[in-house]
Ligand binder design. Structure first.
Ligand code: FAD
Length: 310
């Protein structure tokens, strides 16, 4: 068995692996796609000490760092089930989609999350070419331009306020007949001079010139009218979905499906830790996921030191 078996090869999993392997313990990462969400990222400009890099380059560097410490990388494998240890300090089992199974004295779950998509024509075609999901990441790319935010919940309204300070103009489009964010945020958004709020707006397409986004089309659900908004960017803010479907019923999840962790990354199952976007830790960012992975690895190491087998 492994001392530390990590599920997920994004920034959280890679950092956990480096921290675990540097303790001289047997460490492996099982990942469907090494690099995780960073593989979908064009420019990364907010990872401290790295002025600028791109996603695939960053992912390759994560992998190289883990390999340098002899971490076993089990690529292209999907975990399907987690079986808690039968006895305290016993082995945790991970069952894979290919029928195989792996065991660990501790397990770190870092399966990340995915942005909920609006699923309209143009969204896939113009992803990273005007269609964005992360205002902290991509907001500065739209400095001085006009953008839309789709979604009027907390994340959409926060994105609208954040972007209004950076871009020329923000059109916020909410499907329902009212914004669903906290009142203090809604009041702040409404006070901004360069923000227009559209209620009852159903986005029907994200439009472009073949190279990049040039506008967005929505239907006014009240009148049935079709409207076209010229702009350079569309921020989709309709939710982040944690990759925990396979863990339901096994360990404690929040009502949003995130793995509930304590300050050391421990979950409700003994010997099982979690880190990064898949957890309740707020602010889903690379640097936060990486720090969180390091923390979970130290938590797992602490657990191993305290459990019976040396
Ligand atoms: P992830 O990166 O999501 O990695 C999850 C890993 O788990 C992957 O290896 C995946 O294949 C694997 N996995 C999932 N389910 C299973 C399973 N059942 N079995 C096996 N493996 C599984 N953040 C920034 O700080 N700066 C940015 O500029 C930035 N830009 C972004 C741009 C885009 C388009 C996106 C989508 C996100 C961006 N982010 C950015 C957010 C950042 O990418 C995430 O916060 C970060 O990647 C989270 O790391 P993670 O390791 O927790 O999860």
């Amino acid at each position: 068995p492994y001392d530390v078996l990590i599920v997920g090869g994004g920034p959280a999993g890679a950092a956990a692996a480096v921290y675990a392997a540097r303790k001289g313990i047997r460490t492996a990462i099982v990942a469907e796609r090494f690099g995780g969400q960073t593989m979908d990222t064009l420019a990364i400009e907010n990872y401290i000490s790295v002025l600028e890099t791109d996603g695939p380059k960053f992912a390759a560097a994560l992998e190289k760092h883990a390999q340098a410490y002899g971490v076993e990388l089990i690529h292209l494998q999907r975990a399907e089930r987690l079986v808690p240890a039968a006895t305290p300090g016993g082995l945790v089992e991970l069952q894979l989609a290919n029928g195989g199974s792996l065991k660990g004295r501790s397990v770190i779950l870092s399966t990340g999350a995915r942005w909920r998509e609006v699923d309209v024509p143009g969204e896939q075609q113009y992803r990273n070419k005007g269609v964005a999901y992360c205002p902290h990441c991509d907001g500065p790319l739209f400095k001085g331009k006009r953008v839309a935010v789709i979604g009027g919940g907390n994340s959409g309204v926060e994105a609208g306020i954040d972007l209004a300070g950076l871009v020329e103009h923000v059109t916020l489009i909410e499907f329902g007949d009212a914004l669903r964010a906290d009142k203090v945020l809604v009041d702040k958004l409404k006070s901004l001079p360069n923000v227009e709020i559209v209620l009852n707006g159903q986005t029907t397409s994200i439009d472009g010139d073949g190279q990049k986004v040039t506008g967005l089309t929505y239907k006014d659900r009240a009148s049935g009218a079709i409207r076209q908004v010229p702009l350079a960017g569309v921020f989709v803010q309709i939710g982040l979905v944690p990759n925990t479907e396979w863990l339901k019923g096994t360990l404690e999840l929040s009502r949003h499906g995130e793995i509930i962790v304590d300050a050391k990354g421990a979950t409700s199952v003994p010997g099982v830790f979690a880190a990064g976007d898949v957890t309740t830790v707020p602010y889903k960012q690379i640097i936060i996921a990486a720090g969180d992975g390091a923390k979970a690895a130290l938590g797992a190491f602490d657990h191993l030191m305290r459990s019976s087998v040396p």
